[in-house]
Design a protein around this ligand. Structure first.
Ligand code: NAD
Length: 288
C-alpha cells in the first residue's frame, strides 16, 4: 500500500478562503479591516519571494497590507522606531519581521520589541511562554500548518508517539509544544541525537525540520506512520535548473508510511495560510 499524499496546497486554499470570509465578516460587523505589516531588511532574494507572496495573499484575502522595505545597512534604532510606529498603528493588526536579518541586527532582540498582540509569527517570548503553558498564544505559522494537516488525517493525537527532528525556535520547538498540548508523547531529536533511525521507528507521527535533502529513508519509518516533511532543500539536476526536495525521501518513505506530505505542495503553502489566519485572529481580538 502506498501512503496517502497529504495535499497542503488544497488545504491551504481552504484555510485562505475561510480567512477571506472572516475578514469580510469583521469588516461588516465592526468596520475593521484586518491589516498585516511586513518588514524586510535588505534584499535577500529567497526572502523577497516569500515576502511578495505574503503581501499578495494578504491582499487576496481582503486585508490591508503594508510592506516596508529597509536597506540592508538600516540601524537597530531605525528598525525599532519603525516597529514602534507599527505597534501604535490602529490599522495594523499583525507585524512580521522577515528573517533572517542582516548580521548586525539581533533577530531575537528585534522580535521582543513587537507588541505580542501583533506578533502573528508567534516568535515573541510572551507567545512562546503562552504556548508552553497552554495559554492563548499566536502559534508560529509553520508548526501550526503542520498540526492542521496532521489533524486532517488523524484527529486523535492523544497518546501517540511523536518524534520531531530539529529544535529550532521557528519549527522544531513550537512543533513539539503543539504536539505535547495535544497529549502526544513527544521526543525532540537534533544533530547530537544517537541512533536517529531507531528513534524514528518508534514514531506514529514524524516531523522532519532539518534542512538535509532526502535524509529520511523508508527503513526509518514505522509502518503506517504519518510523516510531515517541513524541509525545503534545493538540489542540483542534470539540466542545471535544480529542484526542491524535502528532508524525507518521498518515493521511498511512501512505501511504508500511512500518510505523507510532499515537497513542494505540503507544509509550505500552509505556512502563509496560517499567517493570514493569525492576522485575522489578531484583528478579531481588538474588538472582542
Ligand atoms: P535550523 O537550521 O534552524 O534547524 C535545523 C535543526 O536540524 C537543528 O535543530 C539541528 O540540530 C537539526 N539537525 C541538523 N542536522 C541534523 C542531523 N543530521 N540529524 C538530526 N538533526 C539534525 O532550520 P529550521 O529553520 O528549523 O528549518 C528546517 C528546514 O525546514 C529547512 O529546510 C527550512 O528551509 C525548512 N523550513 C520550511 C518552512 C516551510 O514553510 N515549509 C518554514 C521554515 C523552515
Amino acid at each position: 500500500m502506498m501512503a496517502t499524499r497529504i495535499d497542503g496546497k488544497d488545504f491551504a486554499e481552504q484555510v485562505s478562503k475561510e480567512v477571506a470570509e472572516g475578514v469580510k465578516d469583521l469588516k461588516a460587523s465592526h468596520g475593521v479591516t484586518a491589516g498585516l505589516a511586513v518588514v524586510s531588511v535588505g534584499e535577500d532574494p529567497a526572502s523577497q519571494v516569500y515576502v511578495r507572496n505574503k503581501v499578495k495573499q494578504a491582499e487576496a484575502c481582503g486585508m490591508n497590507s503594508f510592506h516596508h522595505v529597509l536597506e540592508a545597512e538600516t540601524s537597530r534604532k531605525s528598525l525599532l522606531s519603525l516597529i514602534e510606529s507599527l505597534n501604535n498603528d490602529l490599522l495594523v493588526h499583525g507585524i512580521l519581521v522577515q528573517l533572517p536579518l542582516p548580521a548586525h541586527l539581533d533577530s531575537r532582540d528585534v522580535i521582543q520589541t513587537i507588541d505580542p498582540r501583533k506578533d502573528v509569527d508567534g516568535f515573541h517570548a510572551s507567545n512562546v511562554g503562552d504556548l508552553w503553558t497552554s495559554g492563548k498564544p499566536f502559534v508560529p505559522c509553520t508548526p501550526l500548518g503542520c498540526l492542521k494537516l496532521l489533524k486532517s488525517v488523524d484527529p486523535n493525537i492523544t497518546g501517540k508517539n511523536a518524534v520531531v527532528i530539529g529544535r529550532s525556535n521557528i519549527v522544531g520547538r513550537p512543533m513539539a509544544a503543539l504536539l505535547l498540548n495535544e497529549s502526544a508523547t513527544v521526543a525532540i531529536a537534533h544533530s547530537n541525537t544517537k541512533d536517529l533511525p531507531a528513534l524514528c521507528r518508534q514514531a506514529d507521527i514524524l516531523v522532519a525540520a532539518v534542512g538535509r535533502p532526502e535524509m529520511i529513508k523508508a527503513d526509518w519509518i514505522k509502518p503506517g506512520a504519518i510523516v510531515l516533511d517541513v524541509g525545503i532543500n534545493r538540489v542540483e539536476t542534470a539540466d542545471g535548473r535544480g529542484r526542491l526536495v524535502g528532508d524525507v525521501d518521498f518515493e521511498d518513505v511512501s512505501t511504508v508510511a500511512g500518510a505523507i506530505t510532499p515537497v513542494p505542495g505540503g507544509i509550505g503553502p500552509m505556512t502563509i495560510a496560517c499567517l493570514l489566519a493569525n492576522t485575522l485572529e489578531a484583528a478579531k481580538r481588538t474588538v472582542s
